[in-house]
Write a protein that binds this ligand. Structure first.
Ligand SMILES: [Zn+2]
Ligand SMILES: [Zn+2]
Length: 108
């Protein structure tokens, strides 16, 4: 970075470089460099960044969705497991069909 002032643009030999692309490490002039995601990259790398990560990102999103799905199923299973567990622990009173006529909630 300290020798940036003496560097020339990778695309324009006659122009002074103003920034170095963190992706390819080449120096570029103001015209050849663009801002992307709060980073300064060259046009060639911007093209790569906007094309490649899409496939990578969608694959990652697919994995994330799969994990969320599995987690959701696990949570539902656990939820019904808890309900079933609690129901089996209820007194026989609740199995006689009189559950809704008795204020069993207040009987604790
Ligand atoms: Zn670059
Ligand atoms: Zn240039």
């Amino acid at each position: 970075m300290q020798n940036l002032a003496h560097q020339r643009c990778f695309n324009h030999a006659g122009r002074e470089a103003v920034a170095r692309c963190p992706e390819c490490g080449q120096c570029f002039c103001r015209e050849c460099i663009t801002e992307h995601d709060d980073r300064v990259v060259c046009a060639a790398c911007l093209k790569k960044l906007t094309q490649q990560p899409f496939a990578r990102h969608s694959a990652f999103a697919w994995l994330l969705r799969l994990a969320q799905c599995a987690f959701g199923i696990l949570m539902i299973w656990f939820f019904f497991f808890l309900i079933g567990d609690n129901l089996s622990k209820l007194p026989a009173l609740s199995h006689e069909g009189t559950l809704w006529q008795v204020p069993w909630i207040d009987q604790k």
